[in-house]
Design a protein around this ligand. Sequence first.
Ligand SMILES: *[C@@H]1O[C@H](CO)[C@@H](O)[C@H](O)[C@H]1NC(C)=O
Ligand SMILES: *[C@@H]1O[C@H](CO)[C@@H](O)[C@H](O)[C@H]1NC(C)=O
Length: 215
Amino acid sequence: MSFSLLFIENVYLVSSLSDPGEEESITLFHGEDFVILLPPHEVEVTFRNRSDPRKTSDLMRGGKVIGNRAKTTLHLNHLIIKAVGEGDEGLYILKNSKDPNDLKKISLIVRDCTIEQITKYGGNFHIPVVGVNTPITLEYRPIAVEANQTSRPATVVLTATGISMKQLQGRISVSERSITVSAVTGADEGSYTIRDSEGVIQMKVCLKVKGEDSG
Ligand SMILES: *[C@@H]1O[C@H](CO)[C@@H](O)[C@H](O)[C@H]1NC(C)=O
Ligand SMILES: *[C@@H]1O[C@H](CO)[C@@H](O)[C@H](O)[C@H]1NC(C)=O
């Protein structure tokens, strides 16, 4: 198995910020509803999927909702995405139908630790990678960042040249079935994201460490 360096997340952030228009960021918990206030003028709403950076889809066009992910309220003043999950993370772009330069961008972050693994202090943390197309990219966010600032880009941990994060050096091993972080401590708590060769998120698992120095 080999690994190559894919700075997917960074590339995505740079390209989204180089566009004009104001951008705001919203963080929601898994299962919460995402409510977008629609302006009085007609807008086209598109969604740039963060899990799959190549994917852009229309949510609203010509005053009508497209697809089944979004719904509008009775008076068409809000667009609602019910019970958000990781797949809803990304950039929502509202474009004035009459003026394409009038853009509003909302970046949605979903705090998602629905899959949590509890590992004893000093134990081994296994992240399953069965069936994930290589090269795989592993990204990490410390627990405090996952909790409330997931808009910050994750750190790319696993690269072709080895482990880019000092903290994990010498403690990561890779097999066909899993990536293992050994001798975990409270400092390793956080979320670990596996992306496949295409940059698509295949697995996100949060590590919680029990005992010793964990809080
Ligand atoms: C975003 O992409 C992921 C991975 O392909 C997919 O599972 C998810 O359903 C997509 N989200 C939406 C809202 O289409
Ligand atoms: C994020 O959460 C941590 C731990 O609960 C807290 O100490 C920190 O102040 C929070 N940061 C922000 C920006 O809310």
